[in-house]
Design a protein around this ligand. Structure first.
Ligand SMILES: Cc1cc2nc3c(=O)[nH]c(=O)nc-3n(C[C@H](O)[C@H](O)[C@H](O)COP(=O)(O)OP(=O)(O)OC[C@H]3O[C@@H](n4cnc5c(N)ncnc54)[C@H](O)[C@@H]3O)c2cc1C
Length: 457
């Protein structure tokens, strides 16, 4: 039995920073990783996908070059080089994470699968490790629902699709949410014919209807097709193709693809951790239950990142680390409930989202004002020749506090931060209306947006 002051399970987006911080504070730390240091984000999530978004954007812009008065000749995509570029960027990031962890004071990086033997003991292969403090950062993986026939086909996930060095001729994407839409646009722009199959009546149903509709239109203009209300999904191989049955209604055509990507949600990596041996509680979907400071029901064990179900992003995992480190090492009282929901959808143009949607505000029963203006009015967007999308803000009618915003447009993922900082700092809509921003930018339109707030229809 090897004793440590702290054990971190999983080297994703919270674990490494926490291990290094604890080591720097003089604690003897083990961090255990069963696969790739950097976890999902670095290896099969944010980093490679955003690298591919950039390749897809380059292909798309090259195709539009004539609109800018630039002749480039014909555009050809070399998928092997697109994949290699994404994997090189991810690999460099992984190696720099590994070097950082391996060089950190008092931190030991162990390779292997960790499983509880008791509330303060973990087994990694033949080794037993014990510590009074254990931090779980085990993340999640793609869900594979038991659609009829799914076990008979070679489907892709967010991990395996990154290994393709030939472009799929016809790609069927199952799932019209964030991950599915990013891949749909990437592959359509690189040259595949893409159809998105979504069981709901609209894509990204967490967003307001006008945002879902605008994103669908943007992707359709790129050539992506949509099959909504797909209440009856099943698969079978047909020659060299895979047939995706979309509806139970007879006569409706199946979608035939050379490849199928399953992008129907994520599940936490908690089923193979031996949670019962530690007495750890989860919710019905397997997410480890935590309090406002990320403590589990077992004293001495914390759960951070995707595995606690309180965020599904790299920035939320990293913020979990900040909360735990500040409370444990700095005597602070930082809490989960202090953070505003904020995220991006990296289609082109991207969606930057902060706070509540209009539907959530309405369901909350608050009196509110709303403004929604097209990106076509934004000077910067016109100059760049990228005018698709809209910006929308929802403001409390009584206090003038900003409740939420959606910036779907060029630079929307960056510009939304102006509103995030305003919300965190309790800056009112009227203060923004009276501020002088830089011209020409996307965010310079925020005062105009605040000046056009109205009662909802
Ligand atoms: C395609 C895709 C695109 C994404 N794009 C974005 C984006 O643009 N922006 C964003 O903010 N988020 C994005 N995300 C989400 C983001 O990747 C995750 O929210 C983030 O990686 C969560 O970090 P984590 O540390 O909780 O878990 P992970 O990054 O999943 O890391 C968990 C680690 O724990 C290890 N592990 C698990 N079980 C054990 C065990 N028993 N023993 C030892 N090791 C174990 C795993 O191997 C893994 O390395 C994307 C996700 C996907 C799938």
């Amino acid at each position: 039995m090897t004793r440590f002051d702290a054990i971190v399970v999983g080297a994703g987006q919270a674990g490494p920073s926490l291990a290094v911080r604890l080591g720097a504070a003089g604690r003897k730390v083990a961090i255990i990783e069963r696969h790739l240091v950097g976890g999902t984000c670095v290896n099969t999530g944010c980093t490679p996908t955003k690298a591919m978004v950039a390749s897809a954007y380059a292909a798309h812009l090259a195709g539009r070059a004539g609109e800018y008065g630039v002749d480039v000749g014909s555009v050809a995509v070399d998928m092997a080089r697109v994949s290699a570029r994404a994997n090189t960027i991810a690999g460099n990031s992984r190696r720099s994470n590994e070097d950082w962890l391996e060089g950190a004071d008092k931190v030991t990086l162990l390779r292997g699968h960790a499983r509880f033997e008791g509330p303060d003991t973990l087994r990694v292969g033949d080794d037993l490790l014990t510590a009074p403090h254990i931090f779980l950062n085990v993340g999640g993986r793609a869900s594979v629902p038991d659609f009829p026939g799914v076990d008979k086909i070679d489907y892709l996930t967010n991990s395996t699709i990154l290994q393709l060095d030939r472009l799929p001729a016809r790609l069927v994407v199952i799932g019209g949410s964030y991950i599915g839409l990013e891949f749909a646009q990437i592959f359509q722009r690189l040259g595949s014919q893409v159809v998105v199959v979504e069981k709901g009546s609209r894509i990204v149903s967490r967003e307001d209807e006008e945002i879902s509709a605008a994103i669908q239109t943007i992707l359709e203009e790129d050539g992506v097709r949509f099959r909504l209300d797909a209440e009856c999904i099943s698969f079978e191989t047909r020659g060299t193709d895979i047939a995706a049955r979309v509806t139970c209604a007879s006569g409706e055509p199946d979608e035939l693809g050379t490849h199928v990507l399953l992008a129907v949600g994520r599940r936490p990596n908690t089923d193979d951790l031996g949670l019962d041996k530690a007495g750890l509680e989860t919710d019905a979907r397997g997410y480890i239950t935590v309090d406002d400071e990320l403590r589990t029901n077992v004293p001495g064990i914390w759960a951070l990142g995707d595995c606690n179900g309180r965020g599904a992003f790299t920035h939320t995992a990293y913020n979990d680390y900040e909360i735990v480190a500040a409370n444990l090492l700095d005597g602070d009282t930082r809490r989960l409930t202090d953070r505003f929901p904020v995220y991006g959808l990296y289609t082109d143009p991207p969606l930057g989202r902060v706070g509540m949607s209009e539907a959530q505000v309405r369901a909350d029963g608050r009196r509110y004002k709303v403004a929604s203006l097209p990106m076509a009015r934004v000077g910067r967007a016109k100059e760049k020749g990228e005018t698709k999308g809209l910006m929308k803000v929802i403001v409390d009618a009584k206090t003038d506090a900003i409740l939420g915003a959606a910036i779907l447009g060029v630079g929307g993922d960056e510009a939304v931060h102006g509103l995030l900082y305003a919300m965190q700092g309790k800056v009112t809509a009227d203060t923004i209306r009276c501020t002088t921003p830089i011209h020409p930018t996307v965010a310079e339109f925020f005062p105009t947006l605040m000046g056009s707030l109205k009662d909802p229809e």
